[in-house]
Design a protein around this ligand. Sequence first.
Ligand code: UDP
Ligand code: MG
Length: 316
Amino acid sequence: MNENDMVSVVIPVFNEESNLEELIQRCLSACSVMGGKFEIIFVDDGSKDKSPLILKQASEENPDKIRVIILNRNYGQHSAVLAGFAEITGEIVVTLDADLQNPPEEIPKLVAKIREGYDVVGSVRVPRNDSMFRKIASLIINLSVRKVTGVIMHDYGCMLRAYRKNIVDAILQCNERSTFIPVLANMFAANTTEVEVSHSRRLSGESKYDIWKLLNLQFDLMTSMTTFPLRLLSIFGGIISFCGISFGLFLMAMRIIHGAHWAVDGVFTLFAILFIFVGAQFIGMGLLGEYLGRIYHDVRARPRYFVKEKFGKPHN
Ligand code: UDP
Ligand code: MG
């Protein structure tokens, strides 16, 4: 790794007008401190507020440092980051959230690690300043990713991360539509490391992740990494059927031994059995639906995003 390798910072922005000015200033100064060339690529993910205007203005003021990609509507954080990845010209790529929860001042720390020779540098938020609900959701996501990928990273949710360009290229070659960037990156990385970074409360505005977006993320993660839930379905179905059959045999035996009055004509028992089966089927169909939905998306192979406008000029 060359000391002069250019750094590209990619920041997705969705309705963050109140954070942008401070973000831009702090990023510019953090990157300048590092020395060497850098570019900051802001991807506006269909914001409805003044974010695109603020970004455009910033890029006009610093055309060689700030580039802006404006997507025509909201595609979600990960698609926005990918849109930024497609534009990078640097050898080292850093991603960052726009809400200043991850201090831009940590960028040099991550870049230094990449220069030491790591492919991917993750970060762990200490202490984490989020709502209880958000923390629990992250805990579940982190646990399942660790189980599935076998890669020990403690904080997949923290988007303050650094990648070497070849990893970003590999991610871009993945044509799947439900992407979880940190996990994909770890699939291609030979050596990864983590650094501790501080985490503040959101400067202003609200978290863009509600329970539905989080749930979607969790399913994206699960279905994109493994077909284990499908196997789980078979195991679960097997156990349920086994119980059902054993229960049926038990009832039949008792009926033969004790006669019809013992089973109170069996109406409620039948209902109970029916409920178990219907329940199991619904769980199964739900899971299948999750996979099918994603296959459907991939088969249609729609572009992940459309760029509306670009400002700032790429290096070289
Ligand atoms: N974001 C985005 N598109 C979306 C949702 C979020 O580009 O549909 C951006 C958002 O502007 C922020 C980052 O993704 O820069 C993380 O979002 P947020 O802070 O709301 O998530 P949290 O911190 O709760 O994980
Ligand atoms: Mg945030």
